[in-house]
Design a protein. Structure first.
Length: 278
């Protein structure tokens, strides 16, 4: 298959992924397999809902759990995009304020979707390299940095899991020695200090992944890739002391999520195990 055909296939997969998961939660079955979508009663594929999860005993993703908390930096970015749309869009003659407001919202939403789509594309570029497929420039830069700082490690990419405490996830990259890595994409990274790019939710995500894979002594790394210039890559290595704090934060949010959603998948999992034994 040519590179051009590879790109077409990658884009098709990416488009389908975005179509069904951009505005929905991610779910996993008790074996850790992704269940982002299901086939509905009409025979068509659709987003998996909380109701489906309760019926099938699915677990929510780490990012779905962390999504319960406010993210001021993200909200400020969304407000900025909405203001830019309001200032740049022309208001039609005799257009109502409600109609113009709706168009502004839709315009700013497209900016967010485009940023998310670019992020997915860059993730795929890196993933292909670690899966032994086509090696891209961002993959080569990241792999070179890892080889220099963590030599002789065997890396596992895009591996999913289901934790006993009732959540799941898909890890960007980790090693059998307990190094967990998550890739993030941002704009205008040149000259930035990576320590100023990270937030507690980034640390929580990595700590939750480590816990879900039964690792205690872990190294956590957040790697940022510039959306417009993928040659610019910044790496932040988290201090080990914050791991226990981030783990406690995540586990408390997990319990909060279960109470708010009135759903604890561990009850179903335990019931299934008991049924199998009898």
């Amino acid at each position: 298959m040519t590179n051009k055909n590879n790109d077409k296939l990658d884009n098709l997969v990416k488009d389908n992924y975005n179509k069904f998961t951009s505005e929905s939660g991610h779910w996993y079955d008790q074996d850790g397999e992704p269940m982002y979508t299901i086939i509905g009663a009409n025979g068509k594929e659709r987003n998996t809902t909380l109701r489906d999860a309760k019926s099938l005993g699915l677990v929510p993703s780490v990012t779905t759990i962390i999504g319960m908390i406010a993210k001021p930096s993200l909200e400020n970015w969304k407000i900025d995009q909405a203001l830019k749309s309001a200032l740049s869009l022309e208001r039609y003659e005799d257009e109502s304020l409600e109609s113009f407001t709706y168009r502004c919202k839709q315009d700013s939403k497209q900016i967010s979707l485009k940023a998310a789509s670019e992020g997915t594309k860059i993730h795929a570029m890196i993933e292909r390299g670690f899966l032994g497929k086509r090696k891209t420039k961002p993959y080569n830069i990241i792999k070179s940095w890892l080889d220099e700082n963590y030599p002789n490690e065997e890396w596992i990419a895009e591996d999913s899991f289901c934790a006993d405490s009732g959540y799941g996830g898909k890890i960007d990259l980790y090693s059998n020695s307990g190094i967990f890595i998550d890739f993030k994409t941002k704009d205008n990274l040149e000259g930035k200090d990576p320590a100023r790019l990270v937030y507690d939710e980034h640390g929580m995500q990595l700590s939750a992944y480590a816990q879900g894979c039964n690792f205690d002594d872990v190294e956590r790394i957040s790697i940022f890739v510039d959306r417009k210039n993928t040659d610019i890559i910044l790496c932040h290595v988290w201090d080990k002391e914050s791991h226990s704090k981030h783990l406690a934060m995540f586990n408390n949010i997990l319990e909060y999520w279960k109470l708010v959603k009135n759903y604890d998948s561990t009850v179903i999992a335990h019931a299934k195990k008991k049924t199998k034994k009898t």
